[in-house]
Design a protein around this ligand. Structure first.
Ligand SMILES: N[C@@H](CCC(=O)N[C@@H](CS)C(=O)NCC(=O)O)C(=O)O
Length: 201
């Protein structure tokens, strides 16, 4: 089994945190690749050239963080990545989905930044930035973090906020989300989160 990751990808980080929470970080080989400059290593598993990608021992390739995490939770059920109670699970899924879209919007802003200024779409940058800020405020009020479990809602939120710190610090999300800021101070100390933090630029 081989997991293709990049050390700066927040989507790969979700999977790396999931592995660490299950005590599997050393059991699954992690191969660091650059999806933007691949020599064919990554595309042999993920034709879409995105990380994370998981090559299973039976030859099946899994792409997309949520698909990989779903497989991981079925293959290694303990400790679970979702709450058992259906209502709590629905709530956790709602938070995880919000966090995933925040990640996608932050990546959009990062990619726009890398385009020549004349090719950037100011209206889309504005729209995504406004949505991001509303999303962060929504997480601030809707996310009721467990201090016992670190399920996929917590994993997603930690990755989304960590990626904002890493790539868009000027958005200053803490100003809009004091409750999340306090939670993130706590979450950042957790070994699975601390050990997967993006390397300094
Ligand atoms: N929906 C995917 C998104 C994966 C993704 O966008 N990964 C980025 C790294 S942050 C990537 O590999 N980008 C290269 C590309 O899109 O060509 C997931 O959740 O895993």
């Amino acid at each position: 089994m081989k997991l293709y990751v990049s050390l700066t990808s927040p989507f790969a980080r979700k999977v790396r945190i999931g592995l660490a929470e299950k005590g599997l970080a050393q059991r699954i080989e992690q191969i660091v690749v650059d999806p933007w400059n691949d020599d064919g290593t990554l595309t042999a598993t993920n034709p879409l050239s995105q990380v994370p990608a998981l090559q299973l021992d039976d030859g099946l390739a899994l792409t997309d963080s949520d698909t990989i995490l779903g497989w991981l939770d079925r293959a290694f059920p303990q400790p679970p990545l979702w709450p058992h109670d259906p209502q709590a699970r629905t709530h956790a899924e709602a938070i995880a989905a919000l966090a995933q879209t925040l990640l996608e919007y932050t990546v959009f802003l990062v990619l726009e930044d890398r385009r020549p200024p004349a090719m950037r779409s100011a209206p889309m940058i504005e729209r995504r930035t406004q949505s991001l800020m509303r999303g962060i405020e929504a997480l601030n009020s809707r996310f009721h973090a467990s201090t016992v479990h670190f399920h996929l809602d917590s994993i997603g939120v930690a990755c989304a906020l960590g990626y904002l710190d890493f790539r868009q610090p000027e958005l200053d999300w803490r100003r809009h989300a004091p409750k999340l800021a306090t939670w993130m101070e706590w979450a950042a100390q957790r070994p699975s989160v601390r050990d997967t933090a993006p390397p300094p630029a």
